[in-house]
Design a protein around this ligand. Structure first.
Ligand SMILES: [Zn+2]
Length: 380
């Protein structure tokens, strides 16, 4: 299955590179593709259709809905793929919609408190490209927060196992990477909980942090996530690397030059910051490995940490710390340590992981769905 998915991903990468100029149309096609599916209840041991919002009438989802008191959820009309009305006409001031109002709520995780501290995050994995990133992070004893997509967890469970085994902070990035404000309350629950289940089935812990794709969150979505025990995490305003644009032709140097401007700004800030990066495409990982990370590692006084580390949260999972350790995985503070992990040979995406995976059986995997997912990932 992994080989098949890898082949599909390779084909999809080629296709996506040629069609991203029409990403909006493709997102619409994905919506049509998903809407046209005939949904059935999901049997035990199976997962929803990859890269489509899960069927909200499924008995499992109905069970999860009992965890949320819908009478407490603010009522706002679902958006159309996260789009904003002209001049935000009709958007309630109390909605606190990040996409359209650039509003963050008091409980949103948007920054690291300490100065010169970088919340290192990568979104949209695990993917075949994640492996090179993990190799580099391991060599530098550097940990990160990984916001993973449920559909990719099912596709690449061994890769996630490796990330977890190596102490990265694993967090939720929804099942189908859809604009969350475009979904019904029931679909939002399904997106978050299926991803949570896929992660738990794979590595045995329940993440307490999640990031909305595209940052598309409002107080309706926040309320549901909070009732499910999840901390909404975005990134610091202005610290989006825009690394997704390299796939559509932006030169690597443009991204790196933008990053370099931050280095002069960071020492003057009153807090640290959280950066948005991705590890789903080869080009994105290239930018990280050949540009951003080497410079960051070499920058004196700059500390990169997973979000849970910078928030001093030693228990980023419902079950506690898992493999995550406060105080580890901080490249700056570990420069003088004898890193005994450097004989890593993990080019196989983590086949050395200690435990076998719970059987996973996606109902359907299509090249089209991968293309849609990948294009969606490009939009932000
Ligand atoms: Zn994403």
């Amino acid at each position: 299955m992994v080989q098949l998915l890898s082949a599909v991903a390779a084909i999809s990468l080629t296709l996506a590179a040629t069609v991203c100029a029409h990403s909006t149309q493709l997102l619409e096609k994905r919506a049509a593709h998903c809407a046209a599916l005939t949904y059935n209840a999901i049997a035990p041991g199976q997962y929803p259709v990859l890269d489509c919002p899960p069927f909200d009438q499924d008995p499992q989802v109905q069970e999860w809905l009992k965890l949320v008191d819908m009478t407490k959820v603010p009522v706002y009309p679902p958006s159309i793929e996260g789009g904003c009305p002209p001049n935000n006409v009709g958007v309630h001031p109390d909605r606190c919609w990040w996409t359209c109002q650039k509003c963050t709520a008091p409980d949103d995780v948007v920054t690291c408190p300490k100065t010169n501290t970088w919340g290192l995050t990568y979104d949209d994995g695990p993917s075949p490209e994640s492996i090179r990133l993990y190799d580099d992070l391991l060599q530098h004893n550097q940990k990160a927060t990984l916001f993973v997509v449920g559909s990719r967890v099912v596709s690449y469970p061994e890769t996630l196992k490796r990330a977890y085994k190596e102490g990265h902070h694993i967090a939720i990035h929804t099942w189908s990477h859809t604009y969350m404000t475009s979904l019904s309350n029931e679909q939002v629950v399904a997106e978050l909980m299926w991803t949570r289940k896929a992660i738990f089935d794979t590595i045995g812990v329940t993440p307490l942090y999640w990031r909305p794709p595209f940052g598309d969150v409002d107080n309706r979505i926040r309320n549901i996530a909070t009732q499910l025990g999840l901390k909404t995490s975005i990134w610091t305003q202005g610290f989006d690397t825009n690394d997704w644009t390299v796939v559509t032709g932006t030169p690597y140097q443009t991204i790196i030059d933008k990053f370099k401007t931050w280095l002069t700004k960071i020492p003057t800030m009153e807090t640290g910051f959280i950066v948005l990066q991705h590890d789903v495409f080869r080009q994105q990982v290239d930018v990280a490995l050949n540009g951003i990370l080497p410079i960051a590692y070499a920058t004196k006084g700059l500390t990169m940490q997973p979000i849970a580390q910078c928030l001093n949260d030693g228990k980023p999972y419902k079950e506690g710390s898992g493999t995550f350790q406060l105080g580890s995985g901080n490249n700056q503070s570990n420069d003088n340590n004898n890193n005994n992990n450097t004989n890593n040979t993990g080019r196989d995406g983590g086949k050395s992981a200690a435990v076998d995976n719970t059987p996973v059986t996606p109902l359907i995997v299509t090249g089209a769905s991968m293309v849609f997912m990948i294009v969606a990932a490009h939009v932000l």
